[in-house]
Design a binder for this molecule. Structure first.
Ligand code: ADP
Ligand code: MG
Length: 293
């Protein structure tokens, strides 16, 4: 039977916006020593904005944006929403894309006005044989150093533009990281984003360890590896790309602002996506379990 104080602990968490799925989750939380966090939507607001557009090979900004937005309109990714919003703000007429497909953790592709439009990270475009990706890479660095995510747009297999997309850090993130460190927990950031962007965000936040260019499968494998090394891991994420890692962790922590798939894979949901809730959960667990003993 579940001790009464555990039930009380779960109830107390709920009042603070920390939804704990069951008693076992609260018990395991006590032993967590490593917090793995996703970047986009977990440390950052997940409401990014397109802050710069650089075009290539005679493309006009408005034309690229119109085609890109048509594809992104069918994606749930926060980056996609930034592109769609920008096209709307610019008053562009966004048509319907066909043959849409999504490569989780990589990008999206569809046909628009008879053209093949592919949007995503540089490595994905390389993989698909897009020409001139290198020209985009050489312009990406300055945006990435400012913490922007740079997304590459290919039209008919030729680089047409790079979009710098900025997602501000959540107001609550620095305090959350401070408390986690005070609790003696090690914090590791995993992101599908590029190395320079991860580095800029990581150093701004004082995160000791980060890994960039990490696929959803690799996020999962990284968590498993930590567990194999005797660590007890809480993984915090918001996206479909985080779901495998959330499920693999000793405790999966989903942002309540994230996708349903992430929430279903997790044992803890943070209402409003406030990462301070993880520290609260760790505290609550320690207090509850020491009460029982
Ligand atoms: P994160 O780990 O930061 O949440 P993801 O794993 O979701 O990031 O995505 C990794 C990278 O793949 C993004 O930084 C972006 O370059 C690219 N990407 C993924 N989905 C999209 C999309 N819908 N549109 C454009 N780029 C995308
Ligand atoms: Mg994310």
């Amino acid at each position: 039977a579940t001790p009464m104080s555990v039930m009380v602990g779960v109830g107390r968490g709920a009042k603070e916006g920390v939804l704990i799925k069951n008693a076992e989750v609260l018990e395991v939380m006590e032993n967590v020593d490593t917090i793995v966090v996703d970047k986009t939507g977990t440390l950052t607001q997940g409401r990014p904005e397109v802050t710069a557009i650089e075009t290539f090979s005679d493309w006009q900004e408005a034309d690229v944006l119109r085609l890109a937005a048509a594809v992104e309109a069918q994606s749930e990714h926060p980056l996609a929403q930034a592109v769609v919003r920008r096209a709307k703000t610019d008053g562009l007429n966004v048509v319907e894309a066909i043959d849409f497909n999504s490569i989780t953790g990589g990008g999206v592709r569809a046909r628009v006005d008879g053209r093949d439009v592919l949007i995503g990270k540089a490595d994905l475009l390389d993989e698909k044989g897009v020409a001139d990706v290198e020209a985009g890479r050489s312009r990406a660095g300055s945006h990435q150093a400012e913490s922007a995510t740079v997304v590459f747009v290919s039209i008919d297999n030729q680089l047409a533009a790079i979009l710098a997309i900025t997602d501000p850090i959540k107001e609550s993130t620095p305090a959350a990281l401070k408390t986690l460190h005070e609790l003696g927990l090690r914090v590791v950031m995993l992101t599908g984003d590029a190395e320079p962007t991860a580095k800029a965000v990581g150093s701004k936040l004082g995160i000791d360890e980060f890994h960039a260019g990490v696929s959803p499968q690799e996020k999962h494998d990284f968590v498993r590896e930590l567990k194999n090394n005797g660590k007890t891991v809480a993984m915090c994420g918001d996206g479909i790309n985080d779901a495998p890692a959330l499920a693999e962790a000793n405790v999966g922590v989903a942002m309540g602002t994230g996708t349903g798939v992430a929430i279903e894979s997790a044992g803890v949901t943070l209402v409003g996506g406030d990462l301070r809730g993880v520290a609260a959960a760790a505290n609550l667990s320690r207090k509850t379990m020491s009460n029982i003993r």
